[in-house]
Design a binder for this molecule. Sequence first.
Ligand SMILES: [Ca+2]
Ligand SMILES: [Ca+2]
Ligand SMILES: [Ca+2]
Ligand SMILES: [Ca+2]
Length: 335
Amino acid sequence: MSFMKTLTLLAVCGAAVIGYAMEAAAGAGGEPGTGFVGDFDGDNKSDILWRNTGGTAIAVWIMDGNTQQSAGVMADPGADWHIRGVADVDGDNKSDVIWQNDSGLPVAWLMNGTAIDSVGVLNNSPGSDWVIVASGDFDGDTKSDLLWRRTSDGFVAIWRMDGLTRLGAGVFDSPGAEFVVRGTGDFNKDGNADVLWQNTTEGYGFTWLMSGTSLSGWGVLGHNPGTDWDLALAADLNTDQNSDLIWRHKTNGIIGLWLMDNTLAISSSGVLASPGADWHLLSSNHFGGATTDSDILLQNDNGHGFLWFMEGVSRASFGSLGNPGVVWAIKNGGE
Ligand SMILES: [Ca+2]
Ligand SMILES: [Ca+2]
Ligand SMILES: [Ca+2]
Ligand SMILES: [Ca+2]
């Protein structure tokens, strides 16, 4: 289904189509997240979740590379609900949608392709000052767990999840207000997701190596490129199960890629020219399937979606997702 067919479908559903955003998780302290990409049908190829910026609908696109295979549209729960992530909390190999209300209440849509299988509350609300800032499988049981941060003091919490049930939780002191969560990835190749931080005062990247709700270690990443660079994304660029890093220069937009080994050292690196300030790096995924190298999803301010298909630190090819025009917005869905 094309962009236009999706728009037609929305029109048929009576929705006032104003625009969609690949809404990104904006957590405590404005921490960046990634574009909302997951694998909703369990075919190991990444799919895209969109949110209409007019608050009227949510859409799932099932993808094969940069080609849309099918799409589904669901009602938006309202402006007081925020998408905090796309993660497989029940371990059925299909990504689920993690929501949080302004009150703090966390809710999951357990997904099956383009449809919602069930909706439920994830434990109780920890309060409105706790925000889900990332997800990852911190205990290696194939079910995604939730990373929280408290806006008032920077404290961090991990909830180990089994579907809608919280199996356990751990709470950690703040590493400091200058540390922002940049995502999760496995940086020591033990099968447990780790927390990726950036020290925004000094520029360096930093990880918490996790073992469930315990810290099994921590470390500063191999090299500090300086405060001119944002640590944009964690991604397994070369599919060796060890997460790699994507940086972006704050002013000239150059993209730096580091292939990491499992000791937090850089094994090789590369640079890509800036796509232009109007292009946003949203996430790094596997739209071509789990065994392919990674790809990077970008969206332009004018709505145009794009995939860069990577081979390690090189861009091997690229493909358009289509350009529906300026009515398709970006930037955190207004968050
Ligand atoms: Ca898929
Ligand atoms: Ca699931
Ligand atoms: Ca888990
Ligand atoms: Ca790990």
